[in-house]
Design a protein around this ligand. Structure first.
Ligand SMILES: *Cc1c(COP(=O)(O)O)cnc(C)c1O
Length: 397
């Protein structure tokens, strides 16, 4: 079949929620993707911060194949051999005590919201609590996660969402304080805002919010779905702030392409959920926990964090050079391999042009080019990316 036939067929039957690029991707190798015509693309998006290990990692693929040969699924009424290992690895990496596996990021957020509400219900003996979320945040598309997503445009047609959500300004303590009252049960935020434009939380802000939460027994939920799993140079971004949240959500790179998410919490919080309170058919099934288990092993073996910390300063340096060269680039922000170039022009056409030149990039909002490559990229990959992007940007002066 020709690419156009694949595209036409998909467009005939899918609900049209995406404007897809007219490219049919067929296979991947390392940091490159190949389409059905055999064209090769340098991928600086990794399936939106998912494929941390690079494509077609032999050891990962073999672990998945072995698991398929044994058992793909059983219900959560049973244990499977890798379940405890995978749970232990998430718990140790997050610094939490217990974890619940979900199928996606948005479900991890749903679980975190339910856990926070149940904790507050047991403590106070009533419901009707409030959650403070941040403007310009992104937490997912299911109704609970959408309710805490600070983007009115995504919410408008789907009201009413879950109630009891108020929004504060990110990196503005006073704005949070203005929203706190005795109904507040949780504050949720991305440690580094992703979709909203690659904004890291300031150290001062996160520390002050942590102190506020301690003082008032409010649960701090850090959404690490995009910035977690090594992307910013530590397994979880909050480690760099020297503090821990009470609940962590993780997904994206957690299964490196196998759909899995999780929410993890400290013991005193986690124990609020008891049998019957929450569940999932697929979550944490034998196939996905085999993936999670192997992902953590490979992070160690491939020294993924070391690579991020070695190559990211080089990426930053090269992006800063682009910023210095082009007037329309007004800022470079981010941590590790989660970087953004903010432009004073819409970046959609730039990303389209990069794609024509076989470089895959993604935006974060209308004005920010986002860089979330596989965590195994080399300096040579950075050079290759920069040379393609530089050539593209010259057409915008
Ligand atoms: C992607 C993302 C989500 C939603 O995850 P899905 O797996 O797409 O449901 C939630 N929060 C953040 C910060 C994300 O980047």
């Amino acid at each position: 079949m020709q690419a156009q036939e694949y595209i036409d067929k998909a467009e005939q039957y899918l609900i049209h929620t995406y404007n897809r690029y007219q490219i049919v991707l067929e296979k991947g190798e390392g940091v490159y993707l190949y389409d059905v015509n055999g064209d090769k693309y340098l991928d600086f998006t990794s399936g939106i911060a998912v494929f941390a290990l690079g494509y077609h990692n032999q050891a990962f693929d073999t672990a998945l194949k072995d698991q398929i040969d044994n058992l793909i699924h059983t219900s959560n009424y049973f244990y499977s051999p890798k379940l405890g290992n995978a749970a232990e690895k998430v718990v140790k990496a997050t610094g939490m005590d217990r974890v619940f596996f979900t199928n996606s990021g948005t479900e991890a957020i749903e679980g975190a919201i339910k856990l926070a509400r149940k904790y507050a219900f047991l403590r106070d003996g009533h419901t009707n609590h409030e959650i403070i979320s941040m403007k310009h945040s992104f937490h997912g598309r299911s109704l609970g996660a959408l309710a805490v997503t600070g983007n009115p445009h995504y919410q408008e047609a789907f009201q009413p969402l879950i109630g009891g959500v108020v929004f504060a300004e990110y990196n503005n303590l006073q704005s949070v304080l203005d929203k706190v009252n005795d109904k507040t049960c949780a504050i949720i935020m991305e440690t580094v805002q992703g979709e909203g434009g690659i904004y890291p939380a300031s150290k001062e802000f996160l520390e002050q919010v942590r102190a506020l939460c301690d003082e008032k027994d409010i649960l701090l939920i850090c959404d690490e779905i995009q910035c977690g799993m090594g992307r910013t140079g530590t397994m979880y971004a909050y480690e760099q702030y020297g503090l821990k949240p009470d609940i962590v959500t993780t997904a994206k790179a957690l299964g490196c392409g196998v759909p899995v998410g999780a929410f993890a919490a400290k013991e005193k919080v986690a124990k609020a959920l008891v049998p019957g309170d929450h569940g999932t058919t697929y979550g944490g099934n034998p196939f996905v926990v085999a993936a999670v288990d192997k992902v953590f092993d490979l992070f160690e073996e491939l020294e993924v964090l070391k690579n991020v910390n070695t190559v990211a300063p080089y990426l930053e340096e090269k992006l800063d050079a682009l910023k210095a060269k082009y007037d329309f680039i007004i800022d470079r922000r981010g941590r590790g391999f989660m970087q953004g170039l903010e432009c004073n022009i819409p970046v959609g056409p730039i990303i389209q042009d990069a794609l024509k030149n076989k470089l895959i990039l993604i935006n974060a909002g209308t004005n920010v080019i986002r860089f979330v490559p596989p965590l195994v990229i080399t300096k040579e990959n950075v050079d290759e990316m920069i040379s393609i992007l530089d050539a593209v940007l010259q057409n915008y002066v």
